[in-house]
Design a protein around this ligand. Structure first.
Ligand SMILES: Cc1cc2nc3c(=O)[nH]c(=O)nc-3n(C[C@H](O)[C@H](O)[C@H](O)COP(=O)(O)OP(=O)(O)OC[C@H]3O[C@@H](n4cnc5c(N)ncnc54)[C@H](O)[C@@H]3O)c2cc1C
Length: 501
């Protein structure tokens, strides 16, 4: 019996609890949402339901060696809580920061761990969501009702990563692991390791494992862009030396980083060849003169059409230079008993193969949504600015930024949700829904992401699950922080796109 069926069977025997707002997920978005709710809508009751046994989301799920952020914590951190350490942070440091936010704001008493939300059912007659969650500890189902649903469940399936189905995988006599489900007892001392993938995860795990392994190989089909530099922000260090208070440092550094990122993003579009040359020069700096950069570290795509990971102190490349790690750019023909046979005919031998091959994109936490008796297919909905969806009343999904720090959008969306909730109270409305206006009727519908602009593999694989966007600002999903930071606070909540009842 699956989780949804099990949940429905036991829910009827449980008491139902009611909250004004129900938040799904205790990752950086859910915890941030709870903070803003506490500050901006202090009279609202709320609960956070979280499948796992602790908070952190991404930073709790992933336990592979070296797990760290690939963007700076001044902008990945919340705008309201200063980040006081080096900009690139480990998962433990990020969780410590989130733990402080939880403790300082009394959020802990609102979180229910081991609660996997399985169904969400909206009734227009009652103007209420009914949510069923499977309690993973007891096996029982709890039923909740809520006026508003704040979906902070991230964008990928947490219980398993994506591993392609290569021929011969079962022939391999060694161990295959996915970074998302890293076995805590995996001993890789003195082992030969192949890491399949070229993204941020591969770039993190390789230098972290290099010291203990016999040999580690990054096997990639095609290269990725990286940025390299010191894991330090000089202006932050200088201001700290001057005794400037951390709140100011946080704000100044955020503004500086965001200013520089805006320029970088623009340049990546207007002068991609120059930006490409700069990124490659950064990598070259760490490698031996005769290293084949063209083959191994020169991507075919335009810079910024996929996320660019930051490599602190160039540690990945230093490992390659020192001979502990190597890079093979080739395609997999099949797995063998001893390792991997490549299309070129070469065989790589290994004791452990790490498949850093990405995620399963997942729309709304695999929760089964029903509105007035009708099952919801998100692919049939149109998004309002990447936050709300046609046909889904009283619900917001926090989908952060990919190319700027995710959390910048968490804060912006939280402001929007709180303003909307207060507006509903002022209007004495119990329901809000976005709907296409008469002038939107013939609007062209497009995929949730602009695939010419942003196209990593997991997005392409999961696109069919995602809502549609339109080509007008209200129905766009721009992934543009610099536009949204100005536009979101001014959204007219009485625009005809919002229907209240
Ligand atoms: C390895 C890795 C590194 C990353 N590094 C960066 C980075 O440096 N900078 C950056 O900007 N972004 C980064 N990202 C993107 C990252 O996912 C986001 O930045 C951010 O952490 C997402 O936060 P979130 O709270 O929205 O979602 P998540 O972190 O995905 O948390 C969602 C939570 O919801 C819970 N949940 C899901 N479904 C349900 C359900 N049905 N019922 C109950 N609970 C549920 C999950 O268990 C999880 O705890 C990274 C992603 C990965 C995978």
């Amino acid at each position: 019996m699956n989780d949804t069926a099990l949940a429905s069977r036991t829910a009827s025997s449980q008491k139902t609890e009611h909250f004004d707002v129900l938040i799904v997920g205790a990752g950086i978005s859910g915890v941030g949402g709870a903070y803003h709710l506490t500050q901006q809508c202090p009279e609202k009751t709320y609960v956070i339901l979280e499948t796992q046994d602790s908070y952190g989301g991404t930073w709790w799920t992933h336990k592979y060696p070296g797990i760290r952020s690939d963007s700076d914590l001044h902008t990945f951190g919340y705008r309201f809580k200063p980040w006081t350490s080096a900009p690139i942070a480990s998962a433990d440091e990020i969780r410590k920061y989130m733990g402080d936010v939880i403790a300082e704001n009394g959020i802990d008493q609102h979180i229910r761990y081991h609660h996997k939300v399985t169904t969400a059912t909206w009734s227009s007659a009652e103007k209420l969501w009914t949510i069923e969650a499977l309690n993973k500890t007891t096996g029982d189902t709890q039923r909740f009702t809520a006026n508003f649903l704040w979906m902070c469940q991230g964008y990928y399936r947490h219980d398993e990563g994506y591993t392609p189905d290569w021929p011969g995988m079962s022939d391999f006599k060694g161990t295959i692991v996915h970074p998302q489900t890293w076995p805590e007892d995996l001993d890789y001392t003195g082992k030969r390791v192949i890491v399949i993938g070229s993204g941020a995860t591969a770039a993190t795990v390789i230098p972290a494992m290099a010291a203990k392994v016999k040999q580690i190989t990054m096997l990639q089909r095609s290269p990725t862009f990286f940025r390299v530099g010191r894991n330090a922000i000089p202006i932050a260090e200088e201001l700290r030396t001057l005794g400037v208070q951390e709140e100011w440092i946080h704000e100044i550094v955020r503004r500086k980083i965001l200013y520089e990122q805006a320029i970088f993003t623009k340049r990546a579009a207007t002068e991609p060849e120059k930006v490409k040359a700069e990124l490659l020069a950064g990598v070259k700096h760490y490698l031996a003169n005769d290293f084949d950069i063209e083959k191994h570290f020169t991507p075919k795509y335009r810079p910024w059409s996929q996320r660019i990971a930051f490599i602190p102190e160039g540690d990945l490349f230093a490992g390659v230079r020192d001979g502990k790690a190597d890079v093979v750019t080739d395609e997999i023909e099949r797995f063998t008993e001893k390792g991997i046979l490549l299309k070129s005919g070469r065989e790589l031998e290994a004791d452990i193969i790490v498949t850093a091959t990405g995620f399963h994109l997942c729309a709304l936490g695999d929760v089964d949504f029903t509105v007035d008796g009708k099952h919801v297919d998100f692919a049939d909905t149109v998004t309002y600015r990447g936050m709300m969806f046609t046909g889904l009343p009283n619900m917001v999904w926090v989908f952060g930024y990919f190319r700027a720090s995710w959390t910048l959008r968490t804060d912006l969306v939280a402001d929007f949700v709180c303003r909307l909730l207060n507006h509903m109270s002022d209007r004495q409305a119990k329901q809000v829904e976005v709907a296409l206006r008469p002038e939107d009727k013939d609007m062209k519908l497009l995929p949730f992401f602009d695939l010419d602009d942003f196209n990593p593999g997991y997005v392409l694989r999961g696109m069919h699950l995602m809502p549609k966007r339109g080509d007008k600002p209200e129905w766009a999903h721009t992934q543009d922080y610099w536009n949204e930071k100005d536009v979101f606070p001014k959204i007219n909540l009485d625009d005809a796109a919002f229907k209240y009842a």
